[in-house]
Design a protein around this ligand. Structure first.
Ligand SMILES: Nc1ncnc2c1ncn2[C@@H]1O[C@H](COP(=O)(O)OP(=O)(O)OP(=O)(O)O)[C@@H](O)[C@H]1O
Ligand SMILES: [Mg+2]
Length: 286
């Protein structure tokens, strides 16, 4: 599956991007940008506005509302395109590749930088529900999805900058809008790894990283076997940090407890390793 914005990236013209950016700016004020406001918002002759909106509509970057919502709004691929365009302009990205992971809350694609470094591009989709139309996925945006998704990208970038490389996490490279770029990692989610020859040291290594990030003042907040990657050489990486909280958070103790508990439960269930939660928690230091 390719991403709509990637598919059409080279067919889109500069003027399309300009119009899309104008709509983006207005999107913070209107869920649907009323038709009669378009000429105020967009700095183009009326005929051109119609022509461009028609193009964007055909590309499925914007949607035309009818009846109660006479007007336009940007669809998720429109925001994807704006973010990709700006990452290309900023010399962060040069070419896009294939899907690495398509999930409920994010789509992850690989890409390369102008220096030919391989990176992962995470498109946040918080608060989007999607339906499958033929082979394609079509998102039904809920109002506010873009703000929630932008916040997630910014927060995850922020935390990676704080803890990389002391904690084993992907290298932070850049973010733009709802999109986060990190170093590409290889490996499998812990949950999917069929067998681990020596599970004890893997558990120890995960806990060592959780302690390291705690020492740096950070709690993951959504730790589980889905957010731990086992590299081909057996080393671990901890991913997916947008919901992190500082150790000064009023519920920090509960968040840490939940994170550690979820890992211990997985190792108990899958590998019959018994570790006492309270004993492990006592080993944490700020
Ligand atoms: N830097 C990366 N390099 C390679 N693959 C990655 C990278 N980051 C994430 N992935 C892949 O994408 C998957 C989902 O990533 P992540 O956990 O960060 O997103 P998520 O918000 O949980 O999305 P989902 O809703 O899909 O679970 C990971 O399990 C992994 O397979
Ligand atoms: Mg995840």
């Amino acid at each position: 599956m390719t991403l709509k914005a990637i598919e059409i990236f080279h067919d889109v013209e500069e003027k399309d991007i300009e119009l899309l950016s104008d709509l983006e700016e207005a999107a913070s004020r209107f869920e649907w940008i009323p038709e009669d406001r378009l000429s105020k918002i967009i700095d183009l002759p009326e005929q051109d506005i119609e022509y461009r909106l028609d193009r964007l509509n055909k590309f499925e970057l914007v949607e035309r509302g009818i009846a109660k919502y006479r007007g336009y709004r940007i669809l998720p691929p429109g925001f994807d395109l704006l973010a990709l365009n700006s990452l290309v302009q900023r010399d962060v990205l040069e070419a896009f590749g294939i899907a690495l992971g398509i999930g409920k809350e994010a789509d992850i694609y690989d890409a390369i930088t102008p220096e030919e470094k391989r990176v992962a591009v995470k498109f946040n989709r918080l608060g989007l529900t999607f339906t499958r139309l033929k082979e394609k996925r079509s998102y039904r945006p809920k109002h506010g999805w873009i703000d929630a998704s932008k916040k997630a990208a910014r927060r995850e970038f922020e935390v990676l900058e704080k803890i990389y490389p002391d904690v084993e996490v992907p290298e932070p490279i850049a973010f733009d809008r709802h999109v986060l770029v990190t170093g590409l990692i290889e490996g499998e989610e812990l949950e999917e790894v069929a067998e681990i020859d020596y599970p004890e040291p893997v558990l120890d290594e995960i806990l060592r990283n959780v302690k390291e990030s705690y020492k740096l003042g950070i709690i993951h907040g959504d730790l589980s076997e889905h957010n731990v990657i086992i590299k081909p050489n057996g080393e671990v990486l901890i991913i997916d940090w947008p919901q992190w909280e500082p150790v000064t958070h009023p519920e920090a103790d509960d968040l840490l407890r939940r994170d550690v508990k979820s890992i211990l439960s997985f190792f108990r269930r899958k590998f019959q390793i018994e570790r006492e939660l309270e004993t492990v928690l006592e080993e944490f230091e700020k």
